[in-house]
Ligand binder design. Structure first.
Ligand code: PLP
Length: 326
């Protein structure tokens, strides 16, 4: 296949069957692997959708400079698309972003601001947004596309992610979706309500996230969860909700690496932990999709590092890696 630009290389049709994972032999589980594109995550679709919509609307044009908030993957995807299209980019991220993600954004030419002061609730999102508002006030020519509020974010998942799940599998009984901005969730909820209303959508959030109105708490892994409710979210979009703690996330990631040979990112661990927790609620014969937003190479210093885990959670009493230390 020949592509004219790096951001056209989107892979939306890769599903890995995980036999035995749910403990139910009458349930089929398909992991939708989103990382096999040049940006390494599902956020490439979000970035392309937001940037091309802004170009179409005349908000972005040659010479524009862009600023965006990201805990990692959207920043990398934005950096890739902005480099290819010639827009200078500033990404505002925080201490939870992995070193690999920050370095990747910088290598792609982005200026990266790392926020080190947490919000009163323990997250960083409010502090990141405050930083962006200050930058916009100082430089009115900066363009902020705001992934937390931009309708082109959920639209990317309605048009691509959800549609490709339905096209590939036809009968889909449940889709498990991790939630950051809730763009993937809202896009999937909208698509399936229209095209397959019997498909159950399950939102998977991190314990300590305020997205769905639960109290704030400390979180150390990027991807899932917020410290400010995302404006994209509509509560009545018709989905179930489950929260997963970070220790369970890490245990699931490590189990997947060893049992199935796939090094997954933190959100994938959370989403798969949710599938297993709710497996008893699935009807016999169910076909279930779990969306895997990224792979584990960005998490070698965190999820897969015993010392880091011990320092954050006290002890990781499951599947110690041993040998990987920085
Ligand atoms: C690692 C990771 N987790 C979760 C998600 C889901 O995020 P959102 O709710 O913003 O679509 C993403 C996003 O793409 C991601 O990259």
């Amino acid at each position: 296949m020949i592509f004219r630009s790096v951001h056209e290389i989107v892979t939306d049709d890769i599903f890995l069957v995980l036999p035995g994972f749910t403990g139910r032999d009458d349930v089929e589980l398909f992991l939708k692997i989103e990382a096999l594109n040049p940006a390494g995550s599902i956020k490439l679709k979000t970035a392309v959708s937001m940037i091309e919509q802004a170009e179409h609307d005349g908000i972005l044009y040659p010479g524009s400079r862009v600023i965006e908030s990201s805990s990692g993957n959207l920043g990398i995807a934005f950096a890739m698309v902005c480099a290819a299209k010639g827009y200078p980019l500033t990404i505002v991220t925080d201490l939870n972003a992995t070193r690999a993600s920050v370095n990747t954004m910088r290598c792609l030419g982005a200026t990266v601001t790392v926020i080190a002061t947490p919000d009163p609730g323990g997250g960083f999102l409010r502090s990141r947004l405050d930083n962006i508002h200050r930058a916009l006030a100082a430089d009115p020519d900066l363009v902020w596309l705001n992934q937390y509020a931009n309708p082109a974010n959920p639209r990317a998942h309605r048009t691509h992610t959800a549609r490709s799940i339905h096209k590939e599998l036809r009968k889909v009984d449940a889709v498990f979706v991790g939630t950051g901005t809730t763009g993937t969730l809202m896009g999937c909820a909208d698509y399936f309500r229209e095209h397959s209303p019997q498909t159950r959508i399950v939102a998977v959030d991190a314990e300590g996230s305020v997205t769905f109105g639960t109290p704030p708490g400390a979180r150390h892994l990027p991807g899932l969860g917020t410290s400010v409710r995302p404006p994209i979210l509509r509560d009545h979009a018709g989905f179930d909700l489950i929260h997963i703690g970070e220790v369970e996330t890490i245990a699931t990631c490590r189990e997947l690496a060893r049992r199935h040979g796939l090094l997954v990112g933190a959100s994938t661990g959370s989403v798969l932990a949710a599938v297993r927790r709710l497996a008893h609620t699935l009807a016999a014969g169910s076909r279930v999709v779990a969306i895997s937003p990224d792979l584990g190479d960005r998490y070698l210093d965190t999820v897969y590092n015993d010392k880091w885990c011990e320092s954050r959670y006290g002890v990781v009493n499951v599947a110690p890696i041993g040998g990987i230390h920085v």
